[in-house]
Design a protein around this ligand. Structure first.
Ligand code: FAD
Length: 275
């Protein structure tokens, strides 16, 4: 009940439509929900995007706008010289460097010790199930305290996601799969009928206050960093794109990004770009 209240409050504060529901009202909207669901709220404006479709689409759009995409490991960034050294021996020169290294933004080597970002990996395990086309177990995204279920038109049902603090560990564990299936099955028993087609783990980049880190290092002309995107990197993509656009063009950042500068972690030599 406390978690429901917190989420309903968050929606209300963000002026997002939300309606508190009894368990029976939840089942009227989603008949597959079990009797373990005793209360809920409906948020009709919630939506989802498939990151596996989004990323190639963004790459293709960038290339058609003139970007050159090089897939390689960066071993060192010399922002003073405007050069990235690649592990295969090549170097890439750039007028401006942006560092988006996810959970690895705090790793040794990539950045100078004083530039390293205070980012930690937070493991998330996730499952993909498959329903017969036209026979999805639910119509809407269903979110519980420790799981979410995302039905997709083609029959895919995504069941996520754990949140585990355990370093750079990408193993899928039996315990996490069990926990996700147990929690989601209690809410939506029909899930048990679906085919389990994939188990996966990824690393979310978490900052010390779990809020994103966005801004420049070492003054306004230094490298741009987008780090610590934690659970919301996909959701935040349009806002961060507007932030990059502003920094590349030396314009003021969108207001939401201004408090997120790396200097809030009180490390010397870091200045936020605000004009
Ligand atoms: C299970 C799970 C579920 C999630 N669900 C959601 C969700 O519903 N909504 C949402 O908004 N977000 C979600 N996220 C979070 C989202 O995936 C992250 O916030 C986002 O991926 C962070 O983006 P990023 O570019 O900072 O890091 P990443 O996506 O991790 O990308 C960083 C990239 O940098 C590369 N890299 C690192 N070091 C180097 C180097 N030295 N040289 C070259 N390349 C390097 C890495 O290989 C990686 O490809 C989820 C994450 C997980 C794990």
């Amino acid at each position: 009940a406390a978690e429901l209240g917190r989420r309903a409050d968050l929606h209300a504060r963000s002026s997002l439509q939300a309606e508190t529901l009894l368990g029976s009202e939840c089942r009227r909207l989603e008949p597959g929900l079990g009797t373990a669901v005793t209360a809920g709220f409906s948020a009709p404006l919630e939506a989802e995007v498939d990151p596996r479709a989004l990323l190639p689409a963004i790459s293709a759009a960038a290339e058609s706008a003139g970007a050159r995409i090089v897939s390689a490991e960066v071993s060192e960034i010399d922002s003073g010289a405007g050069v990235a050294r690649l592990a295969d021996g090549r170097t890439l020169a750039a007028g401006r460097v942006a560092i988006c290294a996810g959970a690895w933004a705090g790793s040794d080597g990539l950045l100078l010790p004083q530039q390293r970002l205070p980012v930690r990996p937070v493991k998330g395990e996730i499952l993909r199930l498959r329903a017969e086309p036209g026979h999805l177990p639910c119509e809407r995204i269903i979110v519980g305290e420790r799981f979410y279920i995302v039905p997709r038109a083609g029959g895919e049902v995504v069941l996520g996601a754990t949140s585990e603090e355990g370093g750079f560990d990408m193993r899928v564990t039996a315990g996490a799969v069990h926990e996700l299936l147990r929690e989601a099955y209690r809410a939506l028993p029909e899930l048990a009928e679906l085919e389990l087609v994939e188990t996966a783990a990824g690393l979310r980049p978490g900052s010390p206050d779990n809020a994103p880190i966005f801004g420049t290092l070492e003054g306004t002309a230094g490298p741009i960093v987008a780090a610590g995107l934690y659970r919301n990197g996909i959701l935040l993509a349009p806002l961060l794109a507007a932030g990059f656009d502003a920094l590349f063009a030396s314009r003021e950042l969108p207001a939401e990004l201004i408090p997120l500068g790396p200097e809030r972690f009180d490390r010397p030599g870091r200045v936020r770009q605000v004009q």
